[in-house]
Design a protein. Structure first.
Length: 145
């Protein structure tokens, strides 16, 4: 299955974050790699089983139990918001817009927002009548070339 590449910003300050360091080595690895799997709004279907299968599938030393422990620690350290939609466990990265605000294009999430969260959808590409791409700011409706 071909996947569209996503650009994610990871600042060097993450290595000196006390909240991330409190996760331990495995938890910090899971958290940083989880960032690359989130959609443009910072969301991910977040059961421990899914995180194991997609975020750290080749690391045999990390099992689903370790991931659940790490997810609980991430929530306690206010790195993520865990919530449910019907039967799906979801994750919202709590500081997503602090670090991902430089993204030029952001698409809507297929997952619902957690309570109190505001999505940011901006500069979606569309073609004009001549087939040339232009970008529309979905908040303001402003067209940018």
């Amino acid at each position: 299955m071909s996947r569209k590449a996503k650009a994610r910003l990871l600042y060097s300050t993450i290595s000196s974050s006390e909240r991330v360091s409190e996760l331990g080595a495995a938890g910090a690895l899971i958290y940083t790699w989880l960032l690359t799997h989130c959609d443009d709004q910072g969301r991910y279907a977040g059961s421990a089983k899914k995180v194991k299968a997609e975020v750290v599938p080749l690391i045999d030393d990390i099992v689903s139990k370790d991931i659940e422990t790490a997810l609980v620690a991430m929530e306690e350290n206010k790195l993520i918001i865990r919530y449910n939609d019907d039967k799906t466990q979801l994750i919202q990265i709590a500081d997503w817009w602090e670090f991902q605000s430089g993204l030029r294009f952001t698409s809507a999430s297929r997952y619902p927002t957690p309570e109190g969260w505001k999505d940011r959808i901006k500069l979606q590409p569309e073609r004009d009548t001549m087939g040339k791409f232009r970008y529309v700011d979905t908040d303001t409706g402003e067209i940018k070339d």
